[in-house]
Design a protein around this ligand. Structure first.
Ligand SMILES: [Zn+2]
Ligand SMILES: [Zn+2]
Length: 367
């Protein structure tokens, strides 16, 4: 069993001086065999009885086994909605710890339900598809709107590389996309810092860029699939930890995530989260590159490189290939800032017109 140690990567808040709390709820990330990991949970300060959350798919993958080993009560998650999370939270009774076995939906529902009851939370991801694995953010739907709320990070994350390796390729592509998108998130955050005096944490930036660099290295020079996947997993943890220390998704979610949220709410065809974010990131990288003098000057972080990495990750780099009509993407670029008017990004700054949005898509090579 391997342990990812975050202690060396997270400085004390007083040393950083950013004003954020540098929350360290996440105490350990265990990497190794599922069963031995689950058996160790009792020694890590978690109290039974346990509640295990899963969905139909993740029950087969690992949820059933986890519930059995821990003699836990099982909670079947059906939809990523606040309504469902509230309902589940109400049924937790005297449980001491909530364990999520799953992808985004299960993790977010369980995270929210545990938070509502003030219970410890354990995250057991079944796919390397997004950076919500250890983040304190739960992203759920109310009616047709997606809303992200601050909850709490898990106390423990338990990762079985064999389980992640068996996830469909598209899910790993989504994970890569979610991390590559940070090239835009960080620059959007810096716009907020430089133009509105928004609080900024260099420690969170370091964690996010460590994640980005790991993924770039994995996509450009790592041939061994196992090591590639372990870099991706580590990157998803670092990005989640960045959100944890500032108590917000700000370091990991800018204009490109708003575009993905817009597509979630308005596009007939919904792609995986990180794939939509990567498409949004290509568009926003083109926009930043043209309009923001503070955009990356290092070739390895610029639009052309981002397209190359995306392609290597199996992410479509043209809208036609992704099956997204350019009309919807234009609307996303024009309208997305309204989803979160107070999260300043390049879209809030310039509020592009439809004609400009089309130009951005051309410059990004998406059409
Ligand atoms: Zn994301
Ligand atoms: Zn800080």
């Amino acid at each position: 069993m391997k342990l990812i140690n975050l202690d060396d990567l997270i400085r004390p808040a007083s040393e950083c001086g950013c004003g954020f709390s540098h929350d360290k709820t996440l105490e350990a990330v265990l990497i190794g065999d599922l069963e031995s990991g689950v058996k160790r949970l009792g020694n890590l300060g978690l109290s039974p009885p346990y509640a295990v959350f899963y969905d139909k798919v993740t029950y087969e993958i690992a949820g059933g086994r986890v519930a059995e080993i821990l003699d836990a009560e099982a909670f079947l998650v059906k939809e990523p909605t606040f309504c469902e999370a509230e309902e589940k939270s109400g049924k937790l009774g005297e449980r001491g710890t909530v364990i999520a076995v799953g992808g985004g939906t299960v993790i977010d529902v369980a995270k929210y339900a545990a938070y509502k009851r003030g219970l410890s939370f354990v995250s057991i991801p079944t796919a390397p598809s997004h950076d919500g694995i250890v983040s304190p953010i739960a992203s759920l739907f109310t009616q047709k709107r997606r809303k992200s709320v601050l909850t709490r990070s898990p106390k423990i994350a338990l990762i079985d590389p064999k389980i992640l390796a068996s996830a469909p390729r598209e899910l790993a592509a989504s994970g890569y996309g979610d991390i590559l998108a940070k090239l835009v998130s960080i620059k959007d955050w810096q716009l907020g810092r430089d133009e509105l005096g928004e609080a900024y944490c260099t420690n969170a930036e370091e964690l996010v860029m460590k994640a980005v660099d790991l993924v770039i290295k994995a996509l450009t020079s790592e041939r061994d699939p196992e090591r590639r996947l372990s870099s991706l997993t580590e990157a998803l943890i670092y990005s989640g930890a960045a959100m944890m220390i500032v108590g917000s998704s700000r370091p990991a979610s800018g204009s490109e995530h708003l575009i993905s949220h817009y597509l979630d709410m308005n596009s007939e065809k919904r792609l995986k989260h990180g794939i939509q974010c990567a498409l949004g990131a290509m568009a926003m990288a083109a926009y930043h590159q043209e309009r923001n003098p503070n955009w990356w000057t290092e070739e390895k972080y610029r639009l052309e490189a981002l397209r190359k990495y995306s392609q290597a990750a199996g992410i479509p780099i043209r809208l036609s290939e992704a099956g997204i009509p350019s009309k919807i993407m234009v609307e996303a670029i024009v309208e997305a800032w309204k989803i979160r008017p107070n999260r300043y990004t390049i879209l809030h700054k310039f509020k592009p017109s439809r004609v400009e949005a089309l130009e951005i898509l051309k410059k990004a090579g998406l059409i």
